[in-house]
Design a binder for this molecule. Sequence first.
Ligand code: AR6
Length: 174
Amino acid sequence: MNSKLKLLQGDITKIQVDAIVNAANSSLLGGGGVDGAIHRAGGPEILAECYKIRQRQGGCPTGEAVITTAGNLPATYVIHTVGPVWQGGDKNEAELLGDCYRNSLQLAVDKDIRTIAFPNISTGIYGYPKAEACRIAITTTVDFLSAHQTIEAVTFVCFDEENFNLYKKALADL
Ligand code: AR6
């Protein structure tokens, strides 16, 4: 197992790292799932920065990532990325999900963020099959880390048991 990869089961809003990643939508105006939890726990400062980003660039396209403060959360930053909605697999979903991890990690490198935590992007409301999403998350992250040394730790935070077990096995198999 890659020693920079870590696995936790629980609520990502409680994690103290430099940046947590949000599974947002293109509007950046909040929603349900982990997005709702992050805005609830982090407070209005996060949404205020999301509004500024919208004014600048009109939201966030699928696969891309933007960064804000983490407000009242223990983390310092929130990186908001927009996962693909699962539409059967022939709408470029795999590439777009990989882009979420790559672009979030690149933003981290650009901001000198050393520790980052990801939720299981797209595997809730957006319906991405969990095993395939887990494979993409891990392979994309391993590839990225092999080319970028500054990131010290990447934590995958699984909320549900099914994702946790998938990640446990996939990380043990590395
Ligand atoms: N901590 C960590 N993971 C969580 C938490 C939490 N507090 N809450 C849920 N999860 P989802 P998506 C897990 O639906 O599929 C929003 O409305 C959850 O179990 O949050 O990318 C956005 O605004 C699942 O494994 O995100 C978008 O409209 C994972 O987080 C849309 O949902 C992702 O589930 C995005 O859908």
